[in-house]
Design a protein around this ligand. Structure first.
Ligand SMILES: CC(C)(COP(=O)(O)OP(=O)(O)OC[C@H]1O[C@@H](n2cnc3c(N)ncnc32)[C@H](O)[C@@H]1OP(=O)(O)O)[C@@H](O)C(=O)NCCC(=O)NCCS
Length: 157
């Protein structure tokens, strides 16, 4: 059992670290906030350092994943709360649980990626706000490879 695994009950919503979440539940939660759902969620869920989930009456209403290197940099990503329970402190609790757990791993640092509209939510946790970037898979695949000296593929001209 993961030493970080635990549950925590708050206002009828049950929070937990590394509790089972199915790819279908995650896709449904993502859909509720208008996020894309394509991708191999079975594998993604396996590749976490850990995840934090929130359930109301058994239903997944909040989720985040922490990935990266526990001794280097961790990344908290895809923080997601179902619209029916937003602005009730669920996102804050997910983040607090994640940051407490990150603290125990003692990484070099913790990153989080977010859009400008969510800045008021994320800046309350003490992150130093910097610039960052994100490239989705469509953009990545449409990129023309430049190659480099010694590249066995020779690059594509
Ligand atoms: C961003 C998100 C995770 C916040 O979750 P939440 O459970 O609604 O957040 P909380 O209730 O804990 O919010 C705490 C405080 O953060 C701020 N906040 C939260 N959402 C906000 C928003 N959309 N706009 C401005 N401030 C916001 C407010 O100060 C809020 O306190 P208040 O309700 O007393 O004003 C949630 O809105 C969400 O899942 N959005 C869609 C997915 C997304 O964009 N995720 C973030 C990028 S990874």
């Amino acid at each position: 059992m993961n030493p970080l695994q635990r549950t925590d009950r708050c206002n009828e919503i049950v929070f937990g670290i590394d509790l089972p979440v199915s790819p279908e539940e995650l896709a449904s939660l993502r859909r509720s906030v208008g996020w894309p759902v394509e991708g191999d969620y079975e594998r993604l869920l396996d590749e976490n350092v850990f995840s934090v989930s929130a359930r109301l009456d058994g239903r997944l209403v909040g989720f985040l994943q922490v990935v990266g290197s526990p001794h280097g940099d961790l990344l908290i990503h895809d923080v997601c709360v179902h619209p029916q329970v937003q602005r009730r402190g669920v996102g804050t609790r997910l983040m607090e649980i994640a940051l407490d757990a990150c603290q125990r791993w003692n990484p070099r640092g913790v990153n989080v990626l977010f859009e400008e509209k969510n800045r008021p939510f994320f800046e309350r946790f003490g992150f130093r706000i910097m610039l960052g970037g994100y490239m989705d898979s469509m953009t990545l695949l449409s990129r023309r490879p430049k190659g480099f000296p010694g590249d066995p593929s020779g690059g594509i001209k």
